[in-house]
Design a protein around this ligand. Sequence first.
Ligand code: PMP
Length: 331
Amino acid sequence: METTNIINQIGNTPLIKLKQVSELTGCNIYGKAEYFNPGESVKDRAALYIVKEAFEKKKIERGGIIVEGTAGNTGIGLAVVCKEFGLNLKIVIPNTQSIEKKDTLKKLGAELIEVEAVPYSNPKNYIKQSKKIAEELSKKHKFGVVWGNQFDNIVNTKAHIETTANEIWSQTAGKVDGFTCAVGTGGTLAGVSIGLKNKNKDIKIALSDPMGSSLYSYVKHNKLESKGNSITEGIGTGRITKNFEKAIIDDAFQTDDVEALKIIYDLIEKQNIILGGSSGINIAGAVKLAKKLGKGKTIVTILCDDGRRYASKIFNKEFLKSKNLPIPKWL
Ligand code: PMP
C-alpha cells in the first residue's frame, strides 16, 4: 500500500483501553481513536466512500464539485478527500458549529456557506439547502456535481461495515461483547452493528443518545420524542435517516452534558486523551452498557474527534458558565 497518499491513512485507527471506566465497571472498555484519521474524525471514512462511489458510478470527474450539508466533521473529511481527487467542495453548515471546525474547513480550501440552525422540517435547514445548491449547480457544471447526502446515502453505512466493524472485530480478537455509539447520520452505528452482528449475532448493540435527541425514545418506546438539549455537536436527531434505519439495536441509553463532560475532563487528567463532547456521550453509554452486561465483558465505543476542535466551547470558562455546565478546576 502506498502510505504517502493521505487517503491511505483513513481507517485502521488504534483501539485504546479507557482505564478509569474499565476499573469502575470491571469490564474492558475500549475507544476506537478516530481522531487519528487525517481529517481527525470518524467522518473521514464516510467521506472517502461517498467520493469513491461518485467516481465509480461516473457521476463526477476531476474538476467536479461535491456539495454537502455538515456539522463540520464530514466537511473536513470531504475536504481532505476532495483535494486528493481533484474536486472542489462546497459546504453548507449551521452557524452554531464551532469556530475551530469552520476555520479548518476554510484552511482546507472548502467554500463555506453558513446558515441558520433550524430543524429538518424547515426548508431552510442546512441539509435541504445543500441539496438545492447541488441541484442548481449540476445544471451547468460539465465535470459533474454530487450532493454527498451523508444522512440518507447508505454508502456511509457500507464504509463502517467494511472498515470500522472489521477493525473492531480483529483488534479485540473477536472478543467484543458490546458496542455503543451516538448517532448523527447513523452511519457508524448502522455499519458497525451490521458488521459485528454478521460475525456474532450475540454482540449487544446500544444507542448512546444525547439530550434533545428523539432516538432514545424511538428505540425504547417507538416514539420520536425529545427532552432537554445538548451542547454536543454532530450527534442527536429528530428523524429516522436511511442509515439509522439499517442499524440493529438492542438497547439505548441517554446521557446529559454534565455527565459527558465529566468523563471528557477525567480522561484529560488521568489518561492525557483530549476528546470532543460526542465521545463523552459515547463513553457514558459504554459505562451503562458495561453495567448492564456485567463484569468481565469487552465493550467498544467510538472516540469520534479531538477536543481541541471545540476549544472555544468545552474548554472555555465563559461558554461553560453561560450554559451552567461544570468548569474543571484546571481551566
Ligand atoms: N461525533 C461527531 C463529533 C460527529 O461529527 C459525528 C457525525 N456528524 C458523529 C459523532 C456521528 O457519526 P455518524 O454520522 O456516523 O452517526
